[in-house]
Write a protein of this length. Structure first.
Length: 388
């Protein structure tokens, strides 16, 4: 059933064609204020919660410095840094019989990359890691079971992050450089210049939203490979397999399962169901990517799958603008983990998951490496290329 009305008046859409149509429909809004019953909290100022023309203006301004056609070499230019960072993180795992792929690796990688991309001074990076950690923990806050301190730390971390980024942007005025903050602070392109608040909102979007999804994508990828040992071995033997493998991972075990809301500007009809103006529309991306009407044998992990038009990064004008970087981060991370970890094995399956229904990923992924005997030391295969 493509559309299901819920008791609270919202509409859940779960099939590939209908989700794709909705994500590309100009009559749908991403602005919370267009809901019939908007939430009391103020919407974030980042452009993912805006509609055209404001969304389009800010996204164009960000993309001038984040990818083609104006900055086509951004991701490829980071190749050496990504490989060296992954290598250094894996070097830190040497001698450990048991590791947590989340805490020891996946959580640390994207923050380091985004800080480098933004131009955050190296001495400030530890603070950014702590802030992101507190923000992510607060996103999982459960008022029934968690201490209020968990929520308060997240609120404080968001404010500290905002102030620090604001100071970095202010310092960049008149000092253009190769980093993203410097470029945005000094760019007078066709759409004018972003305000400092808009630059900070864009940087926070990259740092927080990009971090959560990339951590989940890497961790889900390692979990999936350990559940499919033949594919893991094949990746060791055929490193080029990583490109279609990550695309299949985005379909089979995506980092974002749900887009929790869209709002209709007017009454719309979806699969013969009339959805009234202002209704909350919930898009089940993971379900759409396993729609049997769109994908053959959808519950099978198949890195050789062709015509893989998954919804892992969404679709339409809000297609994840950090997708190319997240892809490459994950490709390098999984390739090197598989190459260098010796006989990795899951400690617990299924692992514990974050409680969020929107972002799907283990909160921990414990694996053993080496021969697993008490007193032995796990060994790593070689050293990462270009590691520093």
């Amino acid at each position: 059933m493509p559309v299901a009305r819920q008791e609270d008046g919202s509409y859940v859409i779960s099939t590939h064609r209908e989700i794709t149509d909705i994500l590309n429909d100009p009559h749908l809004s991403s602005d919370l204020r267009n809901l019939l019953r908007p939430p009391s909290a103020e919407p974030t100022s980042s452009f993912i919660h805006m509609d055209p023309p404001e969304h389009d203006r800010l996204r164009r301004m960000a993309m001038r410095h984040f990818g083609p056609p104006h900055t086509p070499g951004l991701v490829t230019g980071l190749e050496g840094f990504l490989t060296a960072t992954v290598g250094s993180l894996i070097d830190d795992l040497a001698g450990k019989e048991q590791i947590d792929v989340v805490d020891d690796f996946a959580f640390r990688f994207p923050v380091t990359v985004t800080c480098h991309l933004l131009g955050v001074p190296r001495e400030d990076e530890p603070r950014f890691h702590l802030w992101v950690n507190d923000i992510m923990n607060s996103n999982d806050y459960n008022p029934k079971t968690d201490p209020k301190e968990k929520l308060d730390k997240g609120v404080q971390a968001r404010e500290d992050l905002r102030q620090c980024l604001g100071g970095l942007v202010e310092h960049r005025h008149g000092r253009p450089g190769d980093d993203l903050l410097g470029r945005l602070a000094n760019d007078d392109g066709p759409d004018g210049r972003m305000t400092d608040d808009e630059i900070v909102a864009t940087a926070r979007l990259l740092l927080i939203a990009g971090h959560e999804t990339t951590v989940n994508l890497i961790t889900n990828g390692m979990l999936t490979l350990l559940r499919h040992p033949q594919v893991l071995q094949r990746l060791r033997d055929e490193p080029d397999l990583i490109v279609p493998l990550v695309e299949e991972l985005l379909r089979y075990e995506p980092p974002v399962h749900i887009i929790p809301w869209r709002a209709a500007y007017s009454d719309i009809t979806v699969a013969d169901t009339v959805i009234p103006k202002g209704s909350r529309i919930i898009l089940m991306l993971a379900s759409g990517s396993r729609d049997p009407k769109r994908f053959h044998d959808p519950d099978r992990f198949d890195p050789d799958r062709r015509d893989n038009q998954h919804l892992g990064f969404g679709s339409g004008i809000h297609l994840c603008f950090g997708g190319p970087l997240a892809r490459r981060e994950t490709q390098i991370a999984l390739t090197e983990l598989v190459r260098r970890l010796e006989r990795p094995r899951l400690v617990a399956d299924p692992p514990p998951y974050r409680p969020s229904p929107v972002l799907r990923g283990p909160i921990h992924l414990h694996i053993e490496q080496g021969d697993g005997c008490r007193g032995s030391r796990g060994r790593l295969q070689g050293r990462a290329a270009h590691a520093t």
